[in-house]
Ligand binder design. Structure first.
Ligand SMILES: CC(C)(COP(=O)(O)OP(=O)(O)OC[C@H]1O[C@@H](n2cnc3c(N)ncnc32)[C@H](O)[C@@H]1OP(=O)(O)O)[C@@H](O)C(=O)NCCC(=O)NCCS
Length: 371
């Protein structure tokens, strides 16, 4: 862990049922107990992977301790995030868990309160996460900020466009060749997270998946070949910076269908490049998936660093971080709604934030990063 330790940040006490819980950083000595809480919450028991997650992947972890047992946990992974043409800091939240005996006592809420306080003190503009439940995190001020289109299509029905030979196979160890394209790609969306070399390695070394990589001048594809469901090729990640790169990718998928797969599925941030090709027979199936949730943390830093100072609004924050919880909740936007409104993801209804609407909406919101 590279971020605050208990030496730097004093522990806090909160009431949990009939006992006091101490909210503090998770240290290496806490790991064997922390992993029990994570294992029971996620059902994922590979201790080595949890250790890496807690002490290498995450910048720091915070826990709610009762008698030195970490009953509730959350970790923070710091990302650079694109918004309105600027690179801002995003506290990615992961590993949120509470041990079964101590659930529904406010422990995770207290841990997230502490995490948001720390991010706010560090002038971090926003926070984001992939929720297990959207209503749960709405109570903490997060809002849905992107929709993703999962497309499934019979390989035979893919229109014959593009040139597959513009893609070159890349060895897994040479993943760094994909990084410049990924970086260009993230610049074309709001709330897209940058991925460093360490995260690339982590993404590509999942025990339950077997990846192959293809690189194009203006794109790349990551396929998973492990245990395909119903002879469907899983395109895990498909970056295309031009319509041509999208067409060339379709040609690549179509070629793959000859023996191994009948259909393919992939995720698109917007459907237009597919729709422009007309509707095939049988038509592609499109499933709209809810994406990442985000919220503003340090509102001053957010408005200033995203060049939105002229449209600054007071925020009504249930966690009391980026604004008071008690100011005109009906007409003041929440910390997640501010991002929805500025990015044009959602139109405010009767909010005082009308002037903020679409002020950062030059590109769609989308993030592929899983954490
Ligand atoms: C979900 C989980 C983290 C909640 O932890 P917790 O300590 O029980 O949560 P809290 O007591 O702090 O609850 C905070 C609020 O969410 C509500 N809540 C708690 N569990 C909830 C659930 N499963 N679904 C919806 N709301 C829930 C609480 O009622 C409370 O609302 P309130 O503030 O209006 O009173 C815990 O049940 C868990 O570890 N589950 C398994 C792992 C998991 O799903 N992690 C999340 C990964 S994103």
């Amino acid at each position: 862990m590279t971020q605050p330790s208990t030496d730097a940040i004093p522990a806090l006490k909160v009431r949990a049922g009939k006992t006091d819980a101490v909210i503090r950083s998770v240290e290496r000595g806490d790991f064997s107990l922390a992993v029990e809480t994570w294992k029971t919450a996620f059902g994922f028991t590979d201790e080595e992977r949890w250790k890496k997650f807690a002490f290498e992947v995450s910048d720091y972890a915070v826990g709610a301790f009762i008698d030195d047992y970490p009953h509730a946990l959350a970790t923070v992974i710091m990302f650079d995030c694109n918004f309105n043409g600027h690179l801002i800091k995003c506290g990615g939240i992961a590993g949120v868990a509470c041990s079964p005996p101590m659930r529904r006592k406010g422990l995770v809420r207290a841990v997230l309160q502490e995490v948001l306080n720390r991010l706010n003190d560090q002038k971090v503009e926003i926070s984001a996460l992939w929720p297990f439940s959207y209503p749960f995190y709405e109570k903490m001020g997060y809002s849905l900020t992107d929709l993703q289109y999962e497309v499934s299509q019979n390989v035979d029905a893919i229109p014959p466009v593009g040139d597959s030979s513009r893609f070159k196979p890349v060895k897994l160890d040479d993943y760094e060749k994909l990084m410049p394209v990924h970086q260009r790609w993230t610049k074309t969306f709001n709330l897209s997270l940058e991925r460093n070399s360490y995260r690339w390695q982590r993404q590509l070394t999942r025990p339950e998946r077997q990846f192959v990589l293809y690189l194009h001048e203006d794109g790349y594809m990551i396929w998973n070949l492990q245990d395909p469901e119903n002879r469907t090729l899983e395109v895990v990640e498909w970056a295309y910076l031009t319509e041509q790169a999208f067409h060339d990718g379709l040609a690549l998928i179509k070629n793959c269908g000859q023996l191994a797969f009948d259909s393919a599925k992939w995720v698109m941030p917007v459907l237009d490049p597919l729709l422009r090709l007309g509707v095939s027979y049988p038509p592609a199936r499109v499933n709209v998936r809810y994406g990442m949730m985000s919220r503003v943390v340090n509102s001053e830093a957010f408005f200033k660093n995203c060049s939105l100072d002229a449209h600054k609004v007071e925020i009504c924050d249930p966690m009391g971080i980026s604004g008071s919880a008690n100011i005109d909740g009906g007409i003041r936007p929440g910390p997640g709604e501010v991002l929805q409104i500025a990015a044009g993801f959602m139109k405010p209804s009767g909010h005082v934030a009308e002037s903020l609407y679409k002020k950062a909406a030059n590109v769609a919101t989308f993030s592929i990063e899983q954490y």
